[in-house]
Design a protein around this ligand. Structure first.
Ligand code: DX5
Ligand code: ZN
Length: 231
């Protein structure tokens, strides 16, 4: 499967209308991937949906799925989401007993393997295993709810990951999730993010297509390797 180039804008359907999901999936057809937040009311204090719903979203969405698992016991449940056909499956480092083995399993099934870290979890421990992952998600809010404020203090983590990835010649995607908006996306792009999740900023817009375009343009303008565009 060919996936879109950076910068990628992945709307989070946590901010969609759950009883009009098909309509809302069509509304974001100009985006890159669909961000699907699975919450179990255990790893996070909120509950969304499980594999049955994700399977329907996969069958209905014109875009590839970017599944974000905020669930405990990721080792047991994450492979099922790869089997549904999601383009990427991201589990939380805090919720996995054997993250490297799990990432290998996800790749073996055919998904991109992603690992996410909550704001209090450092990223340095992942450096030596960077090649085992296709995507690293730096949470810029405490996971669980949409509409929270962006945490600028997470930017050093992104920078550290970006430097380490560059040092290793790694093509790992660096994703941010939480509080991404027209006001915050530039700093995340400058810090090294190439994949941007946005829930309320996309679904709260009067013109969703236009908002996705604005976010993508801002990210492109402030992203690494875009310096030549400034001249
Ligand atoms: C939060 C979820 C996010 C959320 C982002 O735990 O992982 O994907 O939907 O919502 P906004 O963009 O509104 O912060
Ligand atoms: Zn998410």
């Amino acid at each position: 499967m060919t996936l879109p180039d950076a910068p990628r804008i992945n709307p989070s359907i946590l901010s969609a209308d759950f009883v009009n999901m098909q309509r809302d999936l069509e509304r974001i057809s100009g985006a890159d991937l669909v961000h699907v937040d699975v919450m179990d009311n255990h790893f996070v204090p909120n509950l969304t949906f499980g594999p049955q719903m994700v399977e329907r979203v996969q069958a209905t969405s014109p875009l590839p799925l970017d599944v974000h698992l905020m669930i405990s016991d990721a080792d047991r449940w994450a492979p099922g989401y790869a089997e549904i056909g999601a383009a990427s499956v991201t589990f939380h480092l805090e919720a996995a007993r054997e993250p490297v083995a799990l990432a290998r399993r996800l790749r073996q099934i055919g998904a991109r393997a992603g690992v996410a870290v909550k704001p209090d979890t450092p990223v340095e421990g992942m450096f030596e295993h960077l090649d085992e992952f296709d995507q690293i998600l730096v949470m810029t809010v405490e996971p669980g709810f949409g509409g929270q404020s962006f945490r600028t203090d997470m930017m050093p983590k992104l920078r550290a990951l970006k430097n380490e990835a560059a040092r290793r010649g790694s093509e790992v995607w660096l994703q941010v999730d939480g509080g991404i908006s027209l006001d915050t996306i530039a700093q995340a792009a400058e810090a090294g993010a190439d994949t941007f999740v946005a829930g309320s900023a996309v679904f709260g817009a009067a013109d969703i297509d236009q908002r996705i375009g604005q976010l993508r343009a801002l990210a492109a303008r402030h992203s690494h390797g875009a310096d030549s565009l400034d001249s």
